[in-house]
Design a protein around this ligand. Structure first.
Ligand code: SF4
Length: 370
């Protein structure tokens, strides 16, 4: 049996946020229903083709998965249960506060982890981001989620404004959570945010201000026993996201839905990020994904090192040898010498020294000898 994750992409939102460059579009009931039908087809086809999988994690992401009806969810989970063997999996769903009405029913589908897009608890900043919910609704959703789940994660965005204090938001959030992801606001091409900044209608924090906000958040969370385990991810002990960790460990996962990526049998591929094509059956279940290539072992090692050095535990020598058959310290000896002063070596692992975490891109480039 092969241990595997499933990712299901729900590319629908009520409104586009000002900063968003993800693949999603405004929800239309007819299109959504056709999309769900094709999701069920893709699950069926993949399940029939891969009978030797043990599903360890399921992640329903978007978009806004909480826009699905309970009937949609029932159809999806019935199909997954009919075609895959579930091995006590971590099952996560992303939700938005303004579509959180059904969350108390989610545990009946086996969902045991909820990730809430709170972003900030400041109404002015929420408006700046183009979010639909208020800070009050964000907190109420969090309180409700904590009643029904003992694994609650929150997304925050930092760098929205130079006066932002995410550590103050953290104080109000920590009673309800086990996990927090903090992302630095990035200004993506073609977004409303980019246009508003170019027209000097709004201003966001600069790099130094954003780094200070990150450090303040990191220190505040640590006081509550919520520690960093990856650059953007923090949790109480034992609550690391198993699904995201599987990406960093290069364990296989199947992506279902338009634009979803997969890593399976040593191959990486993704479904076309186009609703119409997806609904017409252009996807991995029909072997019609648009990109497929076998990675060389060199590329896999490279990717593994890059992802693992973003984690606090870093690279475990034994795991690396089991995975690739060679020694990490020999494979990257030139780069390791170059980056030595920024690295923390222990008997079994090497990682980036905590004080250099925010300049990790340069250090990772050195280790990879780029
Ligand atoms: S809710 Fe999420 S996916 Fe949808 S537009 Fe906003 S940021 Fe993008």
């Amino acid at each position: 049996m092969i241990e595997c994750g499933l990712y299901i992409h729900i590319p629908f939102c009520e409104k586009r946020c000002a900063y968003c460059s993800f693949f999603s579009s405004i929800i239309d009931e007819t299109v959504k229903n056709k999309y769900i039908e094709e999701i069920l087809n893709e699950i069926t086809l993949l399940g029939k083709k891969n009978k030797n999988l043990k599903i360890k994690t399921i992640y329903i992401g978007g978009g806004t998965p909480s826009l699905l009806t309970l009937y949609d969810m029932e159809l999806i989970f019935d199909k997954i249960n009919s075609f895959f063997i579930l091995d006590n999996p971590e099952i996560t769903i992303e939700i938005n506060p303004n579509s959180s009405i059904d969350i108390e029913k989610y545990p009946s589908f086996g969902i045991n982890r909820i990730s809430i897009g709170i972003q900030t608890l400041n109404d002015v900043f929420l408006k700046k981001l183009g979010r639909l919910h208020s800070a009050e609704l964000g907190l109420a959703t969090l309180e409700k989620a904590a009643k029904y789940f003992n694994n609650v994660s929150v997304d925050l965005i930092i760098g929205i404004d130079k006066s932002q204090s995410p550590e103050k938001d953290a104080e109000r959030i920590v009673p309800y959570i086990q996990h927090l992801s903090a992302y630095m606001l990035t200004v993506e091409d073609g977004t409303k945010l980019q246009k508003d900044i170019a027209e000097r209608k709004i201003f966001v924090a600069d790099d130094d201000e954003t780094i200070n906000q990150y450090e303040a958040l990191l220190n505040k969370l640590a006081k509550y026993g919520i520690n960093r385990y990856e650059t953007s991810n923090f949790c109480k002990e034992g609550f690391e996201s198993k699904h995201n960790s599987s990406y960093w460990n290069l364990t296989p996962y199947l992506g279902i839905g338009a634009g979803a990526h997969s890593y399976f049998n040593g191959e990486r591929y993704f479904n076309v990020a186009n609703l119409e094509k997806y609904i017409n059956g252009n996807h991995s279940g029909n072997d019609l994904q648009i990109s497929e290539r076998k990675k060389s072992i060199f590329e896999d090692k490279f990717e593994y090192v890059m992802l693992r050095l973003r984690t606090v535990k870093g690279i475990n020598y034994k795991y690396y040898k089991e995975k690739f058959g060679t020694e990490f310290l020999s494979d990257y000896n030139i780069g390791i010498k170059k980056a030595e002063e920024y690295l923390l070596f222990s008997e079994n692992n090497v990682s980036i020294l905590p004080k250099y975490f925010l300049v990790q891109n340069e250090i990772i480039r050195s280790v990879l000898n780029l």
